[in-house]
Design a binder for this molecule. Structure first.
Ligand SMILES: [Zn+2]
Length: 261
């Protein structure tokens, strides 16, 4: 699992989703999650550098966890279907996030993220509990969001799924960007997004299991994706998600460790 986290982080950079040490990757593990360390080049990161963070925020490892460990913890807490989380400062998603507006249903693949839009989480300083709260709110009924003046985030069933979704989101952001250069995109109606969600579900029923194994090279992940029901978590209606988000960060004790970087 530690190698999987490192592979996904390296793939994130190789696919052009991220540069340098920005961004972070985690996978649910035992009663917490494994996450990339703060400020380390992924090429130099070894399995022992991956940090195990428990639900109470305490952590175990030779390195300090990503400064954004709070939103990783709170997403796993709020969304039981989340098996892996990927956060990146990819260029097109981040550029749109700097406008502080979400992405409307300009393309039917928006529905892959659970509904008819991708929201932009309100701005808060990186690494803070406030940012985590804003992110969990923006993810309600969705598996991705933008982070105002910051970047993007997706979660999936596993590392490969999360990487697939990250590639898809960045692609959609680029397409939306380009469409906006030449005009005002015509948006799809809610009813059409509902039909797309149903078709995704029907389509997926023909697929055999195992297509989303987290083994192998996630670098080729974007070519393998097929929508699946249930497993992909695409709801069969246009309605929101299954988890009460927005409440998870409230009233939770602030752990003393780890600190922000
Ligand atoms: Zn970031």
């Amino acid at each position: 699992m530690r190698l999987g986290v490192i592979s996904a982080a390296r793939a994130m950079n190789a696919l052009g989703l991220n540069r340098g040490t920005a961004g972070n990757v985690s996978a649910r593990w035992r009663d917490g999650f494994l996450v990339t360390p703060t400020g380390m080049a992924y090429d130099e990161t070894l399995p022992d550098d991956i940090v195990f963070v428990r639900r109470d925020g305490s952590w175990r490892g030779a390195r300090r966890p990503s400064s954004e460990w709070r939103f990783h913890r709170d997403i796993y807490e709020a969304r039981e279907e989340a098996g892996a989380i990927l956060h990146a400062h990819s260029s097109f998603a981040t550029a749109l996030a700097c406008l502080r507006s979400g992405i409307p249903p300009f393309h039917y693949m928006i529905a892959r993220f659970g509904g008819g839009s991708i929201r932009c989480a309100d701005y808060a300083t990186f690494g803070t509990q406030e940012l985590s709260r804003n992110v969990v709110d923006a993810l309600e009924g969705r598996r991705a969001c933008l982070l105002a003046n910051h970047g993007m985030l997706v979660f999936g069933r596993g590392l490969r799924h999360a990487l697939d979704l990250a590639v898809e989101l960045e692609t959609l952001c680029e397409q939306y960007w380009r469409a906006r250069q030449i005009g005002e995109p015509v948006l799809l109606a809610d009813a059409e997004i509902g039909r797309v969600l149903e078709r995704f579900a029907d389509y997926g029923q023909q697929e055999t299991s195992g297509a989303d194994s987290d083994q192998g090279s996630p670098g080729r992940a974007e070519r393998r994706w097929r929508p699946r029901p249930g497993a992909d978590g695409v709801p069969s209606t246009g309605a929101g998600g299954t988890s009460p988000s927005g409440q998870s960060a409230e009233g939770r004790d602030e752990p003393r460790t780890p600190r922000n970087s």
